[in-house]
Design a binder for this molecule. Structure first.
Ligand code: NAP
Ligand code: HSE
Length: 435
């Protein structure tokens, strides 16, 4: 009997991830053929520059710059998109799905901005879109949310989902270096891009949180629904004071659901040093999920890099190829909760760390606490006077509040900035304990 026909694969992109995927699909062809029951064969690869040297060797003539050579080839049943960026990736994914091809993508930006439209298109065409690598590199996150946690009502997710910023913050905490120096180290080691804006301003984490929250809460959360603050204004002092108070300072991506109301946010936050998330250092990622049946679970590992990301992409390829070879629907369809709403950030209730520079003289603290307590009903948990500058005759005070609303905290900062006894509001950082 003739061997069953190989499943044709088109690869869009042959960079860090694409090269890893092409290499592993080639090197482990026999193993994956046995797992799927049919061979997997890369037929065409789309790149920008076919003459560029590549870390993987592919047969001559396989690389090209014409997307139609991949998307229009009827022998290609599965398209892997590892180009990145919103366009033309989104357009190519739509074209592949329209033509009844399965799609695997690592593209968080496209999934965050257009996920629901892509699921709908895939369902209409009787195929599927798989995107495990789009969040957390090699860490299994998407499949658990789509399958293993389906019996739960997910109430919260807290995550460190950007390796670049976690590396920078880890360096600042350990070495006392400032933000610029830590960013330079991240760039020298190849963790941060030459233009690190998307990472350090929290956009990358916001895309990933939008994907996770949409899946976990079964509602449409777009990147614009995610409140976002980056790490560029953090001062080395905050890490020292945080540690003295028993906290770590991390860029957290947090989504919480209360009934049909969801709040999603990415910002620096203090977390108690003994919590597992506080111990996730360097480029590692971790996502903590709370479900009503499961309780708390944490997924942790390498959130980026060629091989960890290849692990997730190739797993999706094997899953899709198995369905192409043997049929089968795959998983319950994603349907958005029509009653779900995104809450404004002003409704957040949390605790705050506030650092002020004030003149070192009697009566100052009373003025500050009056603004917080009497004007904004923000209750103070502790006040510590940190070092004084004898020449400038100023002192730094660090205030930890009890639960307060974000609206009140922001308004209080504005009022404090206007007080003649406040030289500067150095930092207002949210304090997050376990939900
Ligand atoms: P990359 O190294 O920059 O590679 C991008 C590849 O796509 C290159 O081969 C490039 O061609 C090709 N390409 C880009 N735009 C194109 C266009 N308009 N037409 C044709 N080809 C185009 O990117 P990457 O790091 O592999 O990332 C790929 C995707 O994986 C992104 O969505 C990223 O967010 C995601 N991801 C990456 C990581 C990671 O660790 N790198 C982790 C998780 C997810 P040339 O080579 O000819 O320039
Ligand atoms: N720039 C991302 C990070 C890479 O630093 O986590 C993976 O999406």
């Amino acid at each position: 009997m003739a061997a069953p026909r190989a499943i044709g694969i088109g690869l869009l992109g042959l960079g860090v991830v694409g090269s890893g995927v092409a290499r592993i699909l080639t090197e482990r062809a026999d193993t994956y053929a046995a797992r799927v029951g049919r061979a997997l064969e890369i037929r065409r690869v789309l790149v920008r520059d076919p003459r560029k040297p590549r870390p993987v060797e592919l047969p001559p003539g396989m690389l090209g710059t014409d997307p139609e050579a991949v998307l229009g080839d009827p022998a290609i049943a599965l398209v892997i998109e590892v180009m990145g960026g919103e366009q033309p990736a989104y357009e190519y994914l739509c074209r592949a799905l329209e033509r009844g091809k399965y799609v695997v993508t690592a593209n968080k930006e496209v999934m965050a901005k257009h996920g629901p439209e892509l699921y709908e298109l895939a369902a209409r065409r009787g195929v599927d879109i798989l995107f495990e690598a789009s969040v957390g590199g090699g860490i299994p996150l998407i499949a658990p949310l789509q399958r293993d946690l389906l019996a739960n009502e997910i109430t919260s997710m807290r995550a460190i989902i950007n390796g670049t910023t976690n590396y920078i913050l880890t360096r600042m905490a350990r070495d006392g270096t400032d933000y610029r120096a830590a960013l330079r180290q991240a760039q020298q080691l190849g963790y941060a891009e030459p233009d690190p804006t998307n990472d350090v301003e929290g956009m990358d984490a916001a895309y990933k949180l939008a994907v996770l929250a949409s899946l976990g809460f079964r509602m449409t959360v777009r990147p614009g629904d995610v409140y976002r603050e980056g790490i560029t204004r953090l001062h080395p002092r905050e890490f020292r004071y945080a540690a003295e108070l028993g906290y770590a300072l991390k860029l957290l991506a947090i989504a919480t659901r209360d009934d049909h109301r969801v709040l999603a946010r990415v910002h620096p936050a203090l977390i108690p040093a003994e919590e597992p998330l506080a111990k996730v250092d360097g480029v590692n990622n971790a996502v903590e999920v709370v479900g009503d049946l499961l309780g708390r679970a944490m997924f942790q590992g390498q959130g980026a890099g060629s091989m960890p990301t290849t692990s997730a992409v190739v797993a999706d390829v094997i899953d899709a190829a198995f369905r192409i070879a043997h049929g089968g629907e795959g998983r319950p369809a994603w349907r958005a909760d029509p009653d779900a709403q995104v809450c404004p950030m002003s409704e957040l209730q949390t605790r705050y760390y506030l650092r002020l520079t004030v003149p070192d003289r009697a009566g100052v603290l009373a003025r500050v606490t009056r603004v917080l307590g009497e004007q904004y009903q923000i209750s103070i948990a502790s006040i510590i006077q940190k070092e004084a500058d004898e020449t400038a005759r100023t002192a730094e005070i660090v205030i930890m509040t009890h639960l307060a609303s974000e609206g009140a905290a922001q308004a209080a900062v504005k009022s404090l900035e206007k007080l003649d006894v406040v030289r500067a509001v150095g930092a207002l950082i949210r304090v997050e304990g376990q939900a």
